[in-house]
Design a protein around this ligand. Structure first.
Ligand code: 5GP
Ligand code: ZN
Length: 111
C-alpha cells in the first residue's frame, strides 16, 4: 500500500523520532504549527479515527497512554491533541495520526 506514514514506519522515509514501541511511533511534524508538534501514529494502518472499532481500539488506548509520556519528555503539561478525519477536516495523510501541539498559547477556536 502506498502510504507516507507506513513508509516512515518502515524507515523508507526518514523522520525525527521522539518515541517508538512495538505498537506506535511518534515523530516531529515536518511543518510544525507550534514549538512542539509531534505526530503519534499506530504501526498498523488505519485510514483515520473513523475506522476505530471494538476490534482495533486497543491501539488507540495504548497511544493515549503514551501521549502523556511524550508530553512530559517535551516538558509539557498543557497541550492540544488533534485528529483530522477526511477532506472536510483537511486530513492530508490517510493514516491515523494524532497531532500533539504545545509550547505556545493557542486560540480558543478549533475551526
Ligand atoms: P493532517 O493534515 O493529515 O492531519 O496532518 C498531516 C501532517 O503530516 C501535516 O501536519 C504535515 O505537515 C505532516 N507531514 C506530511 N508529510 C510529512 C513527512 O514526510 N514527514 C513528517 N515528519 N511530517 C509530514
Ligand atoms: Zn499507513
Amino acid at each position: 500500500m502506498d502510504c507516507l506514514f507506513c513508509s516512515i514506519i518502515a524507515g523508507d522515509i526518514p523522520s525525527t523520532k521522539v518515541y517508538e514501541d512495538e505498537f506506535c511511533l511518534a515523530f516531529r511534524d515536518i511543518n510544525p504549527q507550534a514549538p512542539t508538534h509531534i505526530l503519534i501514529i499506530p504501526k498498523t494502518h488505519l485510514a483515520s479515527a473513523d475506522e476505530i472499532t471494538p476490534e482495533n481500539s486497543a491501539i488507540v488506548a495504548h497511544i493515549f497512554e503514551v501521549i502523556p509520556l511524550i508530553a512530559r519528555k517535551e516538558g509539557l503539561t498543557s497541550y492540544r491533541l488533534v485528529s483530522n478525519i477526511g477532506p472536510d477536516a483537511a486530513q492530508t495523510v490517510r493514516h491515523l495520526h494524532f497531532h500533539l501541539l504545545g509550547g505556545k498559547q493557542m486560540g480558543e477556536t478549533l475551526a
